[in-house]
Design a protein around this ligand. Structure first.
Ligand code: SAM
Length: 246
């Protein structure tokens, strides 16, 4: 019999080089640790110039706007952003919530975030280097967990979404954005890419499995890329959101 988890992995294009342990977290061999360390280095190296690409800035703005429309943000909310990078989404949402814990595995991305937040006089974002795919977070009382363009770098997306639910208070909200499943042409170099985009319907099924209420899934943006021979290609991005059951 094919298990639900296996079906989802097939739908999600699950990378085969990690295995889930009984907690749903991944256990790593030394080779796998090497792959993760490479990923950290790649994003560390990209951090300083990350916001120089107007497409990235435009996408983050769209994600923040879509979250504002989908989720009733409040000045009392404790928020977790996972895979925050330089914190473009967190910085945009920071005036509307109480605090944001911005988590990433790349220390340099977080260094840029702190620098930009300082320049923008934002004082309610705290940064943390942490890998939730290996170790759960000690805090489990967030009102909102968000993540943008990170799922496709995570081998076991279902285990990560399960961890997001575990980090939420009963009645808290979840909102994740990512590329819709593509053919592998989005990244110039697919090193460190665990999935060629993510199936919005597979994410919807995982939210439902976790008892998510008021689930919404919507395409919110299209990233236009100029390809060889000058033709343009559009890559849709979706937002999936829900409320955790009480
Ligand atoms: C494509 S970037 C997106 C960054 C940011 N959310 C944005 O939209 O600009 C993916 C981010 O996920 C982070 N990342 C990759 N693997 C991760 C993991 N296992 N845990 C936490 N963050 C991770 C990378 O360091 C990087 O900052």
């Amino acid at each position: 019999m094919i298990t639900l988890r296996k079906i989802r992995r097939e739908q999600l294009g699950h990378a085969s080089y990690f295995q889930s342990n009984t907690l749903g977290l991944t256990t790593m061999t030394s080779e796998q640790k090497h792959i993760l360390a490479d990923n950290v280095k790649r994003f560390d190296d990209a951090a300083t110039a990350w916001e120089e690409k107007p497409q990235r800035v435009a996408l983050a703005r769209k994600v923040a706007e879509a979250i504002e429309q989908a989720i009733p943000l409040a000045g009392t909310m404790q928020v977790l952003e996972y895979g925050c990078g330089t914190g473009m989404v967190s910085r945009a949402l920071s005036p509307h919530v109480a605090t944001i814990k911005a988590v990433d595995t790349s220390p340099q991305m977080l260094e840029v975030l702190r620098q930009k937040a300082g320049e923008e006089k934002i004082d309610n974002i705290e940064t943390l280097v942490h890998d939730l795919t290996q170790t759960p977070l000690p805090d489990k009382d967030f009102d909102l967990v968000i993540s943008s363009m990170t799922l496709h770098h995570i081998p076991d997306i279902e285990a990560l979404l399960d961890q997001f639910f575990a980090a939420l208070k009963p009645g808290g909200y979840l909102a994740v954005a990512d590329l819709v499943t593509e053919d592998g042409s989005f990244h110039e170099d697919n090193t460190g890419v665990a999935h060629y985009g993510v199936s919005p319907e597979a994410v919807r099924a995982i939210l439902a499995k976790n008892g998510g209420k008021d689930i919404g899934v919507q395409e919110i943006h299209t990233i236009e890329k100029l390809r060889e021979h000058g033709d343009k290609r559009g890559y849709p991005v979706f937002l999936a959101w829900c409320r955790k059951g009480k």
